[in-house]
Design a protein. Structure first.
Length: 135
């Protein structure tokens, strides 16, 4: 019987990362009231593991939904929220179930844009985030 395929290995890694992310949301990051701010859409600006991560809402469209950033090249995927790591835009997207992913940690959904920025920093392991090319 052949060994594990690349797809199975990536699936297993994503499942483990998602499980670890869920546990970290319930751990020390919670506030005194026991609520986590990971899924919040409030602006944030912090240094995480030596990297400056920032996020802010970008506005709403006339229909009440959120619009993307960068002249519309994101097609609303970021649900009206801009995120950056060390001043470089991190492309984020909100999934139908309310979870968030980024171009860096695409297979590990998290609770919100702050968690997506932190997951990207973890995944980058010190490497620079390169700008995501617009289509």
């Amino acid at each position: 019987m052949p060994g594990p395929t690349r797809r199975r290995a990536l699936t297993a890694a994503a499942a483990l990362a998602a499980a670890a992310g869920t546990q970290s949301l319930l751990a020390p990051g919670a506030s005194a009231a026991g609520h986590s701010h990971e899924g919040s859409l409030e602006p944030f600006d912090e240094v995480y593991k030596g990297r400056r991560i920032q996020g802010r809402p970008t506005g709403t469209d006339p229909m009440g939904g959120m619009r993307g950033t960068g002249g519309g090249h994101h097609h609303g995927h970021g649900a009206g929220y801009a995120v950056s790591v060390d001043g470089v835009e991190l492309h984020v997207m909100r999934n139908a179930d309310g979870s968030w992913i980024s171009v860096v940690s695409h297979y590990a959904p998290v609770a919100g844009p702050r968690a997506a920025a932190r997951a990207a920093v973890d995944e980058l392991q010190g490497a620079a985030l390169l700008p995501f090319p617009a289509n």
